[in-house]
Structure formats: C-alpha cells, structure tokens
Design a binder for this molecule. Structure first.
Ligand code: B4P
Length: 192
C-alpha cells in the first residue's frame, strides 16, 4: 500500500499533479476540493452549506470534511493506495487521518510539499478563473485563501517534518518537470 499526501498553497498544482500520480501509481485520488465542488454543483444541502465557506475563501469546518473522509474511506479501503489531495488542511484533520490509517497499519509514506512563489500562485489562479467557473478563483478570494493557508495549513509542515515524511518539491517548474521530481521522491520511498 502506498499512501501519499500532496500539500501546498492554493493554485500550487496539487490537483494537476495528483491526477498524474494516481494514474502512474494506480492510486485512488481523494480530492476534498473536488468532492466539495461536486456537492455545490448538485446543490445538495451539504453543497449549500459548504459554499458559504468556499465562496469566502475559508476552510470548510473540520467536522464536515472528516465525515466526508470517513464515508469515502469506508467504501474504498480495498484500494492499492491513496493520493490525498488538499487533505489534510488543518492539524485536526492530519491527526484524524493518521489515526484512521495507523489503526489499519497503512500509514502515510510521504508528504509532497509543493512550493510556489506568491505572485505565481495569483497568476495561475487568475488564469484558471477565466474558464473554471469556480466561485473562489477571484483575486480577492485567492488572497483570503492564501492567508488561511498560512494560518491554518502551514503548521502541517512542522507536523509532518517531525514524522520525517516531508519532501519539498519546487512547483515553479513546468508541469512535466514537477512530475518527474515527484516521481523520483516516490520511487525513493518505495525502495525503502
Ligand atoms: P482545492 O480544490 O484543493 O483547490 P486549490 O488548492 O486551488 O488547487 P490546486 O493546488 O490543486 O491547484 P491546480 O492543480 O488546480 O480547494 C478549494 C477549496 O475547497 C479550499 O479553498 C477550501 O475552501 C475547500 N477545501 C478543500 N479541501 C478542504 C479541507 N481538507 N478542509 C477544509 N476545506 C477544504 O492548479 C492551479 C492552476 O495552475 C491550474 O490552472 C493549472 O493548470 C496551473 N498549473 C498547475 N501546475 C502548474 C505548473 N507547474 N506551471 C504552470 N501552471 C501550472
């Protein structure tokens, strides 16, 4: 079993790289952002509730995201492994994920921390906003999301550093180069 977390600020390319990683290593791609947007598109009661947070650039509360994780995990535990994309985003979420996986003896193997300069993040998010139709791809909301990332998600770097699982990835490079570097890091951990 191979369990990977991909971590980084909004627009760092987590979703882009996760799709490639899932395909190459035959992993289940769990993107909390995608699941939440699907609920919003379907206008379910959960979707309406989470849009109040996402539209403002805030994180969806932990209890909602964790329930989603448990529901998803319950149906997919027979997978050869997971790529967790955009999850965890808080220490509470990270602790819950560790508990869930460690209990089953299938811990996280590696955390890919994708680093991109702030100016480039805005450029990418604005670029994506031109055709994504995403309610959170405006400059003002992107700024808010970045503040939230610094405050609530960046502490995860130390959390995973203490576990010796963080590998830093230069996300400023073109998509293919970023992917090559990620594959090197994954191969190294698989060889252990
Ligand atoms: P996400 O869906 O995770 O959105 P993201 O962080 O903006 O995307 P990502 O980093 O994947 O960027 P992408 O590959 O698309 O979250 C959205 C919202 O959902 C959050 O703000 C939050 O409210 C909520 N949420 C999600 N998970 C949550 C959780 N666990 N807890 C609480 N709330 C949660 O790349 C961006 C753009 O850059 C694309 O256009 C892409 O083509 C381009 N790009 C990518 N790599 C590039 C490269 N190397 N060079 C040039 N361009 C590149």
């Amino acid at each position: 079993m191979l369990n990977i977390v991909i971590f980084g600020p909004p627009g760092s390319g987590k979703g882009t790289q996760s799709a490639r990683i899932a395909k190459k290593y035959d992993l289940r791609h769990l993107s909390t952002g995608d699941i939440l947007r699907e609920e919003m598109d379907k206008k379910t009661s959960l979707g309406k509730k989470v849009s109040e947070y996402i539209d403002k650039g805030l994180l969806v509360p932990d209890d909602i995201v964790l329930k989603m994780l448990y529901d998803y995990a319950a149906g997919h535990m027979d997978s050869p492994g997971f790529i967790f994309d955009g999850f965890p985003r808080t220490i509470v979420q990270a602790e819950a994920l560790d508990k869930l996986l460690n209990k089953r003896g299938i811990p996280i193997n590696i955390v890919l921390s994708v680093e991109v300069e702030e100016q480039e993040l805005f450029k990418r998010i604005m670029g994506r906003g031109e055709d994504s139709g995403r309610s959170d791809d405006s400059e003002e909301i992107a700024r808010q999301r970045l503040d939230v990332y610094k405050e609530q998600s960046m502490p995860l770097i130390d959390y995973y550093k203490q576990q010796g699982k963080i590998v830093t990835i230069d996300g400023m490079k073109p998509v293919d180069e970023v992917f090559d570097r990620i594959c090197q890091a994954i191969e190294a951990v698989k060889a252990v």
